[in-house]
Ligand binder design. Structure first.
Ligand SMILES: Nc1nc2c(c(=O)[nH]1)N[C@H]1C(S)=C(S)[C@@H](COP(=O)(O)O)O[C@H]1N2
Ligand SMILES: [Mo]
Length: 198
């Protein structure tokens, strides 16, 4: 499948593709707060809850039938490494949000993963075509260490905003903090502004 190149999105935020204080790596390190959780394609469920017109639940088979895209993106870890030209395939955030119908009162989103991880973002930072619920990396099933079967990628943010093993999102009418955000990391996490901590 042809990938749409979105690696130029840095031009909205800064002069340089490599954000300040980052160094480029070709490796793809694994960073997880705890181990890689098990999942069962028969019982896995993805839920969309909170401030929406209709709460949604998808089985793995149903989720895989949603319209998908492939994009070439950069990946910026808050610990200082960036990996260019990652190809991710999945469903865009706006595509999913449209199916649930976002309540006009919603301002924020909480993502959660099978390992108990959570991360939050302002709604406007989620409503971008580059925010993907991705199941493939470089044309192969997303490796389990990197969040398989499904993870979020946020190329305009530090990568802790991308929940691995994501199995639910909640639309919120007031901001709340996720796992690292409660421990002092930035809620907005713009790499070109070096928003690492809050
Ligand atoms: N579910 C879950 N998602 C997570 C994490 C985690 O511990 N659990 N770690 C975050 C952090 S801090 C980073 S830097 C990226 C790392 O993704 P990678 O392991 O694919 O490099 O995942 C993010 N998403
Ligand atoms: Mo991280």
């Amino acid at each position: 499948m042809d990938a749409t190149d979105v690696t130029d999105l840095y031009q909205e935020f800064g002069e340089e593709r490599l954000p300040p204080g980052q160094r480029e790596t070709t490796a793809f390190p694994v960073l997880s707060k705890s181990g890689t959780p098990d999942w069962d394609p028969e019982t896995w469920e993805f839920t969309v809850t909170g401030a929406v017109e209709e709460e949604l639940t998808f089985s793995w088979a149903e989720f895989r039938e949603l319209p998908s895209v492939t994009q070439r993106q950069d990946f910026h870890c808050v610990t200082g490494w960036s990996k260019f030209d990652c190809s991710f395939t999945g469903v865009s955030f706006p595509e999913l949000a449209e199916r649930a119908g976002v309540d006009p009162e919603a301002v924020h989103v909480m993502f959660s993963g099978l390992d108990g991880y959570t991360t939050d973002l302002p709604l406007e930072d989620c409503m971008r075509e580059e925010v993907l619920f991705a199941w493939a990396f470089d044309g192969e099933a997303l490796p389990e260490d990197h969040g398989g079967p499904l993870r979020v990628v946020t190329p305009h943010k530090y990568a802790y905003k991308g929940a691995k093993w994501v199995d639910g999102i909640e639309f919120l009418t007031e901001p709340q903090r996720g796992y690292w955000e409660r421990r002092g990391y930035s809620q907005t996490a713009n790499p070109w502004e070096e928003q690492r901590y809050s």
